[in-house]
Ligand binder design. Structure first.
Ligand code: FES
Ligand SMILES: [Fe+2]
Length: 338
């Protein structure tokens, strides 16, 4: 099992229009298109003939036509037409392109760049599109690797520096964090997290309600953050990270929330605020990435309040090496100050 044998978001379903679309994953070039029935198809972006980029061709009758000599390919990668061949002349068996498993779910086109179709469909975005929940999406390109992005999304201490005043303010109070590690990821639950007077807490925390905050990493590339204030107020931020190259990551974030009867109004403040906060993360990760390159890679010191990064790294590294994840489930509680 390699990190490639999972589903990754290639693009939003609405962005896959009638023509071909170039995408990059794991540093490689792929092409997406829609076949005759409107189903998404994906293949390596290289024509079998003289290797021209198929993403710069066109889609005709559901087949992908090369911009150079016009060979056409169906969704299985078989060449269906070679314009220069006389009637009745056979198309050689070597005239095919490698296709990828592809599916469409929750408004995204997902591909698996590995060597076999995953046994399960992609993970669902929680409450996405459900009655009573409001959903909006963000797509963000980071000059950073997948693990640095995910660690950032699930890291609380940086919020009091990078997002100071906006998301969290430094606060001397200590909070219990319950950290559960398992074969599929890490979950961290914070009990009685105090409001710190930031813009977010002043605008969105319901008065007098207790906050239950949970951060989750799920293999291989998902982060989920829940802020729950009783049954009527709940915010969920789920991000799927797609490795474009080793140093570039495209992150597809779905934010789903309910905030009593004024949810639609809350969205007008919340959505631009989320964009602002994620831009602050883009900037700090760019600076971190630049320094990692300057020094030739990571040489990290860890503290116990780096709650997610180490286990995430272990799970991902094991998957990369084809090793089984550690079986034991561990749980520990520690104190953390934001
Ligand atoms: S390179 Fe594609 S048809 Fe010749
Ligand atoms: Fe952040």
């Amino acid at each position: 099992m390699s990190l490639r044998n999972f589903w990754y978001i290639a693009c939003a379903a609405d962005d896959l229009r009638p023509g071909p679309k170039a995408v990059r994953l794991f540093g490689e070039h792929f092409v997406l298109w829609r076949d005759g029935s409107g189903q998404a198809a994906a293949a390596v972006d290289r024509c079998a003939h003289r290797n021209a980029p198929l993403s710069e061709g066109e889609v005709k009758g559901g087949c992908l036509a090369c911009p150079y000599h016009g060979w056409s390919y169906d969704a299985e990668g078989r060449c269906t037409r070679v314009p220069s061949l006389a009637d009745g002349r056979p198309i050689p068996a070597s005239a095919k392109i490698k296709t990828l498993p592809v599916c469409e779910q929750d408004g995204y086109v997902w591909v698996c760049p590995g060597d076999r179709r995953p046994d399960h469909p992609p993970r669902r975005f929680p409450h996405c599109g459900e009655d009573g929940w409001i959903t909006f999406r963000m797509r963000t390109l980071f000059d950073s690797d997948v693990e640095s992005c995910l660690e950032n999304f699930l890291d609380c201490p940086h919020t009091a520096t990078v997002h100071r005043g906006w998301f969290r303010n430094p606060d001397p109070r200590e909070v219990d964090a319950v950290v559960r590690r398992h074969a599929e990821g890490v979950e961290v639950e914070f009990a009685n997290e105090p409001a710190t007077g930031s813009l977010v807490s002043r605008l969105f925390y319901p008065k007098g309600a207790n906050l239950k905050h949970t951060d989750r990493f799920l293999m291989p590339n998902l982060s989920r953050v829940d802020y729950e204030f009783g049954s009527r107020h709940h915010y969920i931020i789920t991000s799927q990270a797609t490795p474009v190259t080793e140093r570039r990551t495209e992150v597809f974030t779905v934010i789903t929330f309910r905030h009593g009867s004024i949810g639609p109004l809350v969205r007008w403040f919340f959505q631009p605020l989320c964009h602002h906060i994620i831009r602050q993360d883009v900037a700090i990760l760019k600076r971190q990435g630049r320094n990692l390159r300057r020094f030739g890679g990571p040489d990290y010191a860890h503290v116990e309040t780096d709650l997610v990064g180490l286990h995430m790294h272990t799970l991902r590294r094991r998957a990369e090496l084809g090793e089984a994840p550690p079986e034991e489930i561990s749980e520990r509680t520690l104190r953390i100050r934001f």
